[in-house]
Every structure is written in C-alpha cells, then in structure tokens.
Write a new protein. Sequence first.
Length: 163
Amino acid sequence: MNITNHYQFTDLIASSGQPTSEQFREIASQGYEVIINLGMPDHKQSICTEGSLVTTLGMTFIHIPVLFGAPSENHYREFTGYMDALKDRKVWVHCIVNARVSAFFFRYLQEARGFSARKAASPLLKAWMPEMDEVWIEFINRAPQQLAQPTEDALDTVSARER
C-alpha cells in the first residue's frame, strides 16, 4: 500500500501516517478490522468524518487523541489496553505522519510482545530519533531496551534497564 510512512510490524499490526478516504477502503479490503487513530482531530490533515467512514467500511474505530508535544502515560495505558484486547485481530494504527504511533509501538511491542528494540523500531522512528525532542526521548526511554546511536555498520540494541 502506498500510504505515508506505512510500516508492517506483524501480519496483524500495521501503522502509517494519515490515510486518505480511498486508502481506508484499501485497508478494509486487506482485512483490517480495527483502526486506531492517535492524531489530533483538529490537524489540517485529519479527516473529520474518519470515524463514520471507518465504521461504514465495517471496521471498528478507536480515537486516542495525543497532543504531539504532550504524550502521557494515560495515553499509553489506553493504547496498550486496546492493543492487548485486540491481540488476535488485524489492527491498523495511525497518526498524521506515523511518529506518535512509532514511539508508542516501540514501547508496546517490547513490553507486551517481547520484541527486541531493533524489531520494535519502525524506519520512521530510527530516522526521527536524532531530531527527537526531550518529551519524546523521555517517552521512548521507558521501553525495556533502547537503540544505540546509529553507527556506520548497523543499529545495535543496548539494555536501558535490567529486567
């Protein structure tokens, strides 16, 4: 699919930036059952009728609006609660460019699904990290493992805290 910053984490979990109305139709045709939106409803790229569009296509719509400069542990707990409940369903999670979603999945996939930091990091997260502000650095630093700073060879994982 040609959706902004689309990334397939598993057969059941995909993420992206804001899909268009037509792209939501394509997502539905691929068998996705649930759409979770972490973007703000007042963003110029958001679709004000997204909830009704998604439900008309036969998918469940969940909106957890996360202000870009203020992700909270409450937002994260709500997200993890939904993802845990939907673990056997095909779920597509998006925001505006896939930055918020990438940070949430970086933590969640390690904590709940046992992924390594490398496997839990989307390409967008890796590209964003050198420019990430303190709010998001603090947010992703709560993950069990962190990515080392990029080297010429590869990204290696380092333990952020002992288990």
